[in-house]
Design a protein around this ligand. Structure first.
Ligand SMILES: [Zn+2]
Ligand SMILES: [Zn+2]
Length: 231
């Protein structure tokens, strides 16, 4: 499992990868889980947590309510009695266990969305989940024993958030992608202009590395280049 370590001693472990990344943020005593992967990955997620001897989770943060991120939220909440944190704009989707399809941003993703919209207005149902804490523009995680905060970074969806850890590394959900060489632009976004503004917000932090939910880490230099190109 790929791991990053901040100078403040916070470890970020990518416990699931492939389809969607799931991250564990830990200082050795306190554990924060970011996203939960697809419903079908539940067994694997539990196995990985067991392997890391994680028997308690202080909170679960959902970067947004899409099925490939919130698929196991209800199960984590129940199994670990973990409070679930999500942005106010996403809570009703989490409760309904489905969220609307965002628009495609490039030709091929537009074609996919067009095809999907003929089938259904929403993709990927999952077990509905109640939230415990709602985030607005910013939420400090000091209460959970970790020097980090949640930042509202809308654009992919209206309630997408990122987690800024030690002002060094940010987990950014689908606000950026890490799949396409030389680009961080996600193929799906509800509001591309807002999305690019959110990159600006993330660049205003001291972070040098941005960990997306799909693919590998993006450097500050790449994000800067993309921001200036697309702004
Ligand atoms: Zn998404
Ligand atoms: Zn996603």
């Amino acid at each position: 499992m790929k791991t990053w370590l901040t100078s403040g001693g916070i470890r970020i472990i990518r416990i699931l990868s492939g389809r969607s990344n799931v991250f564990l943020v830990t200082n050795g005593t306190k554990n924060i889980l970011v996203d939960t992967g697809l419903s079908i990955e539940w067994r694997l997620l539990r196995l990985r947590l067991n392997k890391l001897t994680v028997y308690h989770i202080d909170c679960l943060i959902l970067t947004h309510s899409h099925f490939d991120h919130a698929g196991n939220a209800a199960r984590i909440r129940k199994a670990f009695r973990t409070p679930v944190i999500i942005h106010g704009n996403e809570a009703h989707f989490l409760k309904s266990g489905t969220s609307p399809v965002p628009d495609g941003t490039v030709t091929y993703s537009k074609a996919i969305i067009k095809m999907l919209s003929g089938i259904s207005s929403s993709i990927g149902k999952y077990r509905s989940c109640r939230h415990d804490i709602l985030v607005e523009s910013r939420y400090e995680l000091g209460n959970f024993g970790i020097d980090a905060y949640i930042l509202h970074t809308p654009g992919h969806t209206a309630g997408s958030v990122s987690i800024v850890i030690n002002d060094e590394i940010a987990i950014v959900g689908d606000t950026m992608f890490g799949i396409f060489p030389g680009s961080v632009f996600p193929p799906f976004a509800e509001d591309p202009r807002q999305l690019i503004n959110s990159w600006g917000q993330l660049l205003d932090t001291g972070c040098s590395l941005f960990l997306p939910s799909h693919g590998s880490a993006n450097t500050r230099e790449l994000v800067q280049k993309e921001y200036h190109k697309r702004r």
